[in-house]
Design a protein around this ligand. Structure first.
Ligand code: TXA
Ligand code: MG
Length: 334
């Protein structure tokens, strides 16, 4: 299959037509690029799992074209807490896991009684969904377990030849995947750290979070059916092994036994024991680091060295979401 890359506005009509025909399209969102297909068409959804080599036990996020779809797909649209979150954070990088209605195919939710829903703020994504007129299932547009794409070129590297169309909306503005939160009996459970940080959410309801600066690694209790398989220990991984340092200063005294690159936080000079270096945020701004993270990992990965050594971000706010991605990239591979 030939994969075409198109720019808006031409891409909008073309993408909507392909979605209506049950085909997949890679689309830009404000977080990372997504691989979209008609969410209510199980045959279309099957194509996503095939193209990504994604296991069927890992459920997909459903993206809504408008708020009216919340009530059509979930039973929680009237829940005051859900209403408050939606009013505050949608459209935007917050995914809510809510009890689903039967209209949502089992394939999308991996048979779970809940569905993950979000509304993207990306203008091109929104224009395509409005044109298409329905919800799309859209996981990140990478092969399973690999680094999420933040440019159209990354998507082509990951899925070229497997999908008909990539809509090029430029680099993603946030750079890491949405925050995933389950809403349950008036409380919130943080399933994936992301751009909406715990401090943003805690005013709304008690927040249970498995993420902390020094706590134990998040591990699913039952790895074959985790609450959020984004919690699988190894994820977002470059092909090159990645070692996460305990502190930023450790890079100066760390001597790799093989050819290594440094994924640095904000230093200006490269320690000589490293053959290459990417700096995530020269100005020590976690938002800038999030935007750079996956592209920098990809560039270091393409050098084909033996090891990537990563400095940890500050362990608060958005730094924790970045730390989560680095820990998963560093985890032993399955
Ligand atoms: O920013 C994002 O969320 C991007 C863009 C494209 O929207 N999408 C994304 O999708 O990151 P994906 O499939 O790579 O990650 C979705 C996460 C997975 O960890 C999945 O396990 C979890 O959401 N998830 C989906 N449905 C769920 C459910 N019903 N219960 C718990 N977790 C769920
Ligand atoms: Mg993903």
């Amino acid at each position: 299959m030939t994969t075409r890359t198109l720019l808006p506005p031409d891409a909008i009509e073309e993408a909507a037509t392909l979605l209506s025909a049950g085909q997949m399209v890679a689309l830009p969102t404000e977080t990372v690029y997504g691989l979209a297909a008609h969410a209510l068409d199980p045959t279309a959804v099957t194509r996503i799992f095939e193209a990504k080599h994604r296991p069927l036990f890992d459920p997909l996020i459903v993206h809504l074209p408008g708020l009216d779809w919340l009530d059509r797909l979930t039973t929680s649209a009237g829940d005051p807490l859900v209403q408050a979150l939606v009013q505050r954070f949608w459209p935007g990088p917050l995914t809510l896991v809510l009890p689903r209605r039967p209209i949502v195919p089992d394939l999308v939710t991996s048979g779970l009684p809940t569905v993950a829903v979000r509304m993207s703020a990306h203008p091109v994504f929104r224009a395509i969904l409005t044109r298409f007129g329905g919800p799309v299932a859209a996981p990140s547009a990478n092969r399973f377990g690999r680094i999420s794409p933040t440019t159209a070129a990354h998507v082509l590297e990951e899925l070229g030849g497997r999908i008909p169309l990539i809509v090029d909306g430029g680099p993603c503005g946030l750079g890491i995947e949405s925050t995933v939160v389950a809403v349950d009996s008036g409380s919130l459970h943080l399933l994936r750290a992301g751009p909406i940080i715990p401090d943003d959410l805690s005013p709304f309801a008690p927040l249970r979070s498995p993420f902390s600066s020094c706590g134990p690694r998040v591990a699913a209790e039952n790895p074959s059916s985790p609450a959020a398989p984004g919690q699988l220990p190894s994820h977002y991984a470059p092909a090159t092994p990645l070692h996460l340092l305990d502190s930023q200063s450790e890079a100066d005294t760390f001597h790799p036994s093989a050819h290594a690159a440094l994924l640095a936080w904000c230093r200006s000079t490269r320690p000589s024991q490293f053959e290459a270096m990417e700096v995530l945020t020269p100005s020590n701004d976690p938002r800038e680091a999030a935007v750079q993270l996956f592209a920098a990992m990809r560039r270091l990965d393409s050098l084909n060295l033996d090891l990537i050594v990563a400095e940890p971000p500050p362990s608060s706010g958005l730094g924790l979401a970045i730390l989560d991605r680095l820990r998963k990239a560093a985890a032993p591979r399955n």
